[in-house]
Design a protein around this ligand. Structure first.
Ligand code: NDP
Length: 790
């Protein structure tokens, strides 16, 4: 063997440590002890807890455990800063964001080293991924600040935003939250995770250096209780949270009925699908990124490997070989692939889940590689022989643990991929562009990566479907979650016209020849109520004008089943949906007189105007069906990200008490136009217009199950629907108390909600409700990343 060949065989890595000095010096300059950053100044440290380096257990600093009083002081500072900050021009705010981006770049080494020491992630990642993306977010949103007025006319910031972030990407999650919030003109109270507060504190100093006005950004450190004090604070207008689904649900319940805006970016169990025609070596490299990036502590980690059976053996063999070349070690070493997990408790949690996986029949593989002692290190781990019922196939492990299953056909791959309560991300590997683009729309996930993985960019929205939460961060979609329609801040309480008692000496006489109860409409058929009971409907003078079925839990169950069976409505072409809505409008117009008479009987008002407005609204959303669509983003990577606007799924819509026809049409039209199926509960007081409406449905080619109508007591049906796991989103127009109940009950499967909270939404107002207000709430955006360009 010649010398060079010999060197190649014996070649090994030497240590390549990044110096910790810069971060240690910064910590020392603060006496390794921190208070909060409130109103542009440091508070005196209170009761503190230690922030440790998970690679060696050494204490880096003492950080203050925020009390409710600290949170209150921060909220007061943010509130006081809000008027001036939001009154600045977008250009002026943009300049601050730009200055912050520049300062982050200037101090990027300090940020990267501090992040790695505090969190345990390899310096290669904090230096090359986290910190550059942080700067990119501030640059991108500096631009948004300036263009906001043009792009979001008549929108205003929420006010004070409470932001709670996790420990896996401490500074990056801060940037994802603070940059859009400030661009929109909000002020902020942010709590970093207990394990990783240090870069947020360093960021506070950057805000100071950028001369950001006092109180615009406030950082309060602490534990879960501090977070709860933020979510519970009455003077916070919007909560943005990233973290576990469990805490996300707690926050959803805590904010129910408060009117606070809310966006939740929660957990995931993302599939990584490899078809037999994939470029296997690339797919393996992608997988290394998907599951061992940041030790697998990534909400969108490709933690479920699904491999086509025909290549399974070969793929696993190659994967194991690659795993044996991964280097676990000192996170500050530039040649290390896998660093330390965030804390001993996380190591224990991961170990316990792995043990469970093995006890349930999983086969464990760990490569024979060195792992340093003394810190929170774990080997990259693979579990095979797993079935869909196994704990490790369902639970978010949040560690370097990959779980593998095989599939035979593309249909099976999709079924396995979607077999999870989560829906954050998914990856597809195949050399067949047709297959990739056939599978991408079928995956229930907010982000899909084709022949790539873990791509992120400030211009591309990120966020989940199902129990991975709602709301998006990044891009236009992300901006929308920090803004409110101006008029929404000025809504007044809804005052219902006093209902007459409806009692007459002989109600049957009153009914004017009514001999039958209007049926409900489920799965394209008229349906009698399960209870067999009916409810009287009274006119404005109190006279009985009809009867409807008193729907119950069983009727709702049937209606939800029908709505789910009709979900294919979303995949009919937008043109088709438009045609059907036009037809519906036309058929309603044919029967305008009849509907007007029915409206007059129920409300005493001019029914003709309401029918005309309803027809016009159906036309409007028929027109939107093929126009409210997505965008193509050009992130810095050699990729495009197509932002596809998709339906939410099966929606429950509870119409307002007033405007018996338009109240329902104004809500169902946008939902149907966007491809949702609907369970509608019409106005409780005046439901007859919508029970008549099924005759129009029957003549209008609306596929069965797309719109189901259940009459009954709104409050009772709202509860059943809000708790139902088959419902993906719920809209409730009615009183404040029921709105709060709906929001609380929706937490079970993290439904998207819209409620009117007892406020008067004048649904006849075309300027407000004929456009994107409900379209946006009836849809979610899926960003599909596709390799593109040279
Ligand atoms: P959490 O969801 O508990 O933490 C996220 C943030 O919420 C932290 O700042 C936390 O504070 C705060 N918080 C905790 N409880 C409350 C509350 N009741 N009200 C308001 N804020 C609260 O995640 P953990 O850090 O506890 O991690 C547990 C598991 O969650 C992980 O093992 C992982 O599986 C998953 N996880 C998922 C993430 C994701 O992005 N999908 C991110 C982080 C964790 P503090 O840290 O001080 O407790």
């Amino acid at each position: 063997m010649n010398k060079i060949a010999e060197i190649f065989t014996s070649l090994d890595y030497g240590p390549a440590p990044e110096s910790a000095d810069v971060a240690l010096a910064w910590l020392a300059a603060h006496d390794n002890t921190f208070g909060h950053f409130i109103n542009g100044a440091w508070t005196k440290p209170g009761k503190t807890f230690a922030s440790e380096n998970p690679a060696n257990g050494k204490v880096l600093a003492q950080v203050t455990d925020g009390t409710a009083a600290d949170v209150d002081a921060a909220v007061k500072a943010a509130r006081a800063a809000f008027p001036k900050w939001s009154a600045l021009s977008g250009y002026q705010r943009g300049k601050y964001l730009y200055a912050i981006a520049r300062l982050i770049q200037k101090h990027s080494r300090l940020f990267a080293v501090l992040e790695t020491m505090d969190n345990g992630k390899p310096i290669r990642e904090s230096r090359d991924v986290d910190i550059p993306l942080v700067a990119r977010h501030f640059y991108h949103h500096a631009g948004w600040a300036q263009h906001l007025e043009r792009e979001f006319p008549d929108h205003v910031p929420y006010g004070v935003c409470g932001q709670i972030i996790p420990w896996n990407f401490p500074l990056l999650m801060l940037a994802w939250k603070i940059a859009p919030a400030l661009a929109a003109g909000n002020t902020v109270v942010l709590k970093p995770a207990e394990f990783t507060s240090l870069t947020a504190l360093l960021f506070a100093e950057i805000c100071d250096k950028a001369h950001l006005p006092k109180g615009v950004v406030n950082i309060v450190t602490g534990e879960g209780d501090t977070g709860a004090a933020i979510t519970g604070h009455p003077d916070i207008d919007k909560i943005a949270f990233t973290g576990s689904t469990e805490v996300g649900k707690i926050i959803r319940r805590a904010t129910a009925g408060t009117g606070k805006g809310i966006s939740l970016e929660l957990g995931g169990k993302s599939p990584y699908i490899v078809f037999d025609d994939a470029d296997i070596d690339s797919a393996i490299e992608g997988l290394v990124d998907a599951i061992w990036f940041n030790q697998g502590q990534v909400c969108c980690a490709g933690s479920r490997l699904l491999v086509q059976e025909s290549i399974e053996e070969r793929f696993l063999e190659k994967l194991k070989k690659r795993m044996s070349t991964l280097r676990v070690g000192d996170p500050l070493d530039k040649a290390v692939d896998i660093g330390a997990l965030v804390a001993p408790v996380q190591v224990e949690r991961v170990r316990d889940l792995v043990k469970k996986g093995v006890a349930e029949g999983g086969q464990l593989y760990e490569p024979d590689i060195d792992v340093p002692g003394g810190g929170c290190f774990l080997k990259p781990t693979l579990i095979t022989n797993v079935s869909t019922a196994n704990t490790v196939a369902n639970e978010e492990i949040f560690g370097p643990v990959l779980v593998e299953m095989s599939f035979r056909t593309p249909e099976e791959a999709v079924a396995l991929a979607n077999n999870t309560r989560y829906g954050l991300a998914a990856t597809i590997w195949t050399e067949n562009v047709n297959l990739a683009l056939d599978i991408a729309p079928k995956l229930k996930a907010g982000v899909v990566w084709i022949n790539s993985t873990n791509n992120f960019d400030a211009a591309v929205g990120f966020g989940g479907y199902k129990e991975s939460g709602f709301g998006r961060e990044g891009g236009r979609e992300g901006m929308a979650f920090y803004l409110k329609a101006k008029w929404e801040k000025e809504l007044k309480p809804f005052v219902a016209a006093a209902a007459k008692s409806g009692k007459s000496a002989n109600p049957l006489d009153d009914a004017g020849g009514i001999d039958q109860t209007a049926k409900m409409y489920i799965a394209g058929k008229q349906a009698r109520p399960d209870s067999g009971y009916s409810r009287p409907v009274h006119g404005p003078s109190g006279a009985l004008v009809g009867e409807v079925g008193d729907g119950n839990r069983k009727d709702i169950r049937n209606a939800v089943e029908a709505a789910r069976a009709a979900l294919g409505w979303a995949t009919t072409s937008a043109h088709n949906r438009a045609q059907i809505l036009y037809f519906l409008a036309e058929n309603l117009e044919y029967r305008a007189d009849e509907f007007a008479a029915r409206l007059r009987a129920q409300t005493g008002e001019d029914g003709a105007a309401e029918v005309a407005a309803s027809v016009e609204r159906l036309f409007a959303f028929a027109g939107w069906a093929d126009k409210y669509d997505g965008a193509v983003h050009n992130p810095p990577q050699r990729m495009v990200a197509t932002a596809m606007v998709e339906a939410l799924g099966a929606m429950a819509i509870l119409a307002p008490p007033s405007r018996p026809l338009l109240g329902s049409i104004a809500l169902i039209a946008p939902a149907l136009a966007m491809g949702n199926t609907v369970v509608l509960v019409p106005s409780e007081r005046s439901p007859l217009s919508m029970t008549d409406f099924y005759q129009v449905l029957e003549t209008s080619d609306v596929p069965s199950g797309v719109l189901n109508i259940v009459t009954g007591e709104s409050k009772v049906l709202a509860k059943t629907l809000a708790e139902h796991d088959g419902i993906d989103a719920i809209w409730f127009a009615g009183d404040a108390e029921t709105s709060a109940m709906v929001e609380k009950a929706s937490a079970g499967n993290v439904k998207q909600t819209w409620t009117s909270r007892g406020l008067y939404y004048d649904l006849s107002d075309k300027a407000k409700f004929e456009g994107d207000y409900f379209l946006r709430r009836a849809t979610q955006v899926k960003n599909v990343w596709i390799p593109y360009g040279a």
